[in-house]
Design a protein around this ligand. Sequence first.
Ligand code: CDV
Length: 280
Amino acid sequence: MPRILTIGAAQTGPIARSETRRDAVERLIALLRQGAAAGCDLVVFPEAALTAFFPHWWIDDEAELDAWFEREMPSNETAPLFAEARRLGVGFHLGYCELAEEGGRRRRFNTAILVGKDGTTIGKYRKIHLPGHPDHQPWRPFQNLEKRYFETGDLGWPAWHAFGGVTGMMICNDRRWPEAWRVLGLQVVELVVLGYNTPRHDPSTPQHDRLAEFHNALSMQAGAYQNGCWVVGVAKAGTEEGVEQIGGSCIIAPTGEIVAQAISVADELVVARCDLDLCR
Ligand code: CDV
């Protein structure tokens, strides 16, 4: 008996700085409904899917910074997404920026969650490989301040028995590092889901700009093939507040082959029927 999981990669286009959480959640719900109509069990959304990617600019003011983070999940603004998932019977993966009060201090993480078809949270992952720099570098056309705004994730790389298989999460830059894949691979993971915000231009190595899509696909296809798992990688794509981000959201089989891929840099859902038994 094949174990078929129908998965949607729900790419979004840019989110403007002025867009509210409610605006973003409305767009995610529209994609979730498309996924339900296509028979999806699971819909995968991008990294930091609720706002513009604010690590691209310098923020001095603590209150202004905190406004980009979620203090609870679900919150008033995101609850409709959870409710719609429950109503439709579709699970989802969502990246967001998390503000936690832990150990008597304020902590900020780049976080993702896996939510089941009943709308309850199955697991949480906090990004470990934070790219960029901690200081203001005005010579750059845009900043990359994840090292300033986030702490390194402290939850490791767990895998969960979910959606009929063993599922793990990564976030964006994690996909470029072999140990991220291997830690999940050693848990016999069958599905890895991840979101990304990847600028085409890297100010410190502009000679690699022409390779942005290639390195994205290479990392995920190699991860799938070497660990015998399905991979769903989902972009926030298009030009967001002056920063061009690649698309290329895709679903990859354990053979390393791309079986579905977005062709736009806008809100777009692509779907594949994934047989988890192929991982064997
Ligand atoms: N959000 C990211 O982690 N982005 C990085 C960029 C900055 C290189 C990535 O690996 O795509």
